[in-house]
Ligand binder design. Structure first.
Ligand code: RNT
Ligand code: ZN
Length: 452
């Protein structure tokens, strides 16, 4: 029902009725935010400019398309056996298209090297080339998506004993160095073709199940190997290198060569992006608090938004306080000028959110895999929106030293009508509003996934 200007109630169809109540609710929400000096349109414009890199590996349980059946390993574990997983690149692309159609805004795809298309041939990891990703690039271009990339240093016989770039065997090190080098070249080829910087993220599983005698040597080897991987300069307009640390993995509980401190030092001294994965720290340690520190020393970072439950379990991202604290930090940091130099400030003014690259990283095979993408991505976007809609009065209270008001306003902000603004955004971006996306996924499951 709609209230017309004269006050008469006009009967409308179900969709029109829903649309109309969204409009009315949005108007009320807009006024509520305006009273707090928050410009809803400004927030939505900014949100539309923040891309999220969807991780291809949620679509097939980190399987990939190599002509081999390597056990996943590397401390990675996918639980569940939900029917309908993508078995081919075309199926994965179709599933991704379905997911993107249910998520507002323009986003990216994060590919792993093991998802190349090798035409049935056995192409080992040290032989991969941009040509193996031609179809992905063409598809990304046609769909207006940017691409990100990762070398796959796991699920391979040469990673079976848990060491790759830091292996004591120089032959095995050389193999993985070559794989990572080629991965960067592929990233650069993607970035160049698509006109959008590709973040190529290096993560290696290297570590020990039990306490090592010597913690230093593997780290020295890893640093030298990484220097070889990054020896060739590539244009930062095409490729950005990132490195990702970790506390522990399954089967590497006692020692991880690439720890947080290792990579923090590495990224700062070698001018690389640092990747902070939300599941890679102690269970109560949040990456939110790290963002402002690392952005003092690094121009750009990558976040792997994930949800650890007890261990680095890579659960689907939910709309919880952990997520909100990450997006709040991101918004607060990105709104500030980058670094101290005028040059940095100028660069940052162009696009305030260029400094923090956002990717998702989880794998859940216990529920519909497309729904897993949609739930996690919509949650991250919604959490960004909450952060962008944060009333400036909170910061003002802090700056005035009024910590009572700060806490009061922070708590009041939790129940501001952001959900209405989110619905409005989905409607404006022509994607399903609220839970309506689920019916689409169920339909796709029945029509497509069930036939696999
Ligand atoms: C592993 C890291 C890494 C992987 C992906 C598949 O603990 O988080 O990012 O999840 O590369
Ligand atoms: Zn990760």
């Amino acid at each position: 029902m709609r209230f017309d200007p004269s006050g008469a109630i006009v009967r409308l169809g179900a969709t029109a009725m829903a649309k109309n109540s969204t409009h009315l609710a949005t108007r009320v929400a807009r006024e509520r935010y305006a009273a707090l000096n928050v410009d809803v349109d400004d927030a939505l414009e900014t949100l539309a400019r923040i891309p999220i890199s969807l991780h291809c590996w949620q679509g097939d349980d980190v399987g990939g398309f190599e002509n081999a059946s390597n056990a996943l390993g590397g401390g990675l574990a996918v639980t569940g056996n939900y029917p309908g997983k993508a078995r081919t690149p075309d199926e994965l692309r179709a599933d991704l298209e379905k997911a993107y159609s249910l998520i507002p805004g323009k986003h990216r795809l994060n590919l792993h090297a093991m998802y190349g298309e090798f035409g049935g041939k056995r192409v080992d990891r040290d032989e991969i080339e941009p040509a193996h990703f031609r179809n992905w690039i063409t598809w990304a271009e046609a769909n207006g998506l940017g691409l990100d990339f990762n070398p796959s240093c796991f699920a391979h016989p040469k990673a079976a004993d848990g060491f790759t770039l830091s292996h004591r065997d120089p032959g095995i090190r050389k193999f993985w160095i070559e794989h990572c080098r080629r991965s960067r070249e592929i990233g650069a080829a993607m970035g160049k073709k698509l006109g959008s910087r590709c973040v190529t993220n290096v993560w290696v599983p290297d570590g020990y199940k039990d306490t090592p005698e010597d913690r230093t040597e593997p780290r020295e080897r890893l640093a030298v190997a990484l220097d070889e991987v990054f020896a060739k300069p590539l244009s930062p307009r095409h490729n950005l290198d990132a490195v990702e640390g970790k506390l522990f993995g399954i089967g590497a509980e006692s020692y991880t060569v690439g720890s947080h401190e290792f990579y923090l030092g590495y990224a700062i001294t070698r001018k690389k992006l640092l990747c902070l994965d939300a599941g890679h720290f102690h269970p109560t340690e949040s990456i939110a608090d790290k963002i402002s520190s690392v952005l003092l020393y690094l121009p750009e970072i990558l976040l792997h938004v994930s949800r650890g439950v007890r261990w680095d379990s890579d659960h689907v991202v939910t709309f919880n306080d952990d997520l909100l604290s990450i997006t709040r930090e991101m918004v607060t940091c990105c709104r500030r000028p980058a670094g101290r130099s005028a040059k940095n400030r100028q660069r940052d003014a162009g696009d305030t959110f260029r400094r923090v690259h956002l990717g998702l990283d989880y794998f859940d095979a216990s529920i519909n895999r497309i729904a897993a993408w949609v739930i996690g991505t919509r949650n991250l976007l919604k959490a960004l929106l909450v952060a962008l809609l944060e009333p400036p009065g909170i910061r003002a209270a802090e700056q005035a030293g009024d910590h009572t008001a700060r806490l009061a306003l922070q708590e009041e902000a939790r129940s501001l009508p952001f959900g209405v603004v989110w619905d409005h955004y989905c409607e404006a971006k022509e994607v399903p509003v609220g839970e309506a996306w689920l019916a689409e996924v169920k339909r796709y499951e029945k029509d497509v996934l069930a036939n696999r």
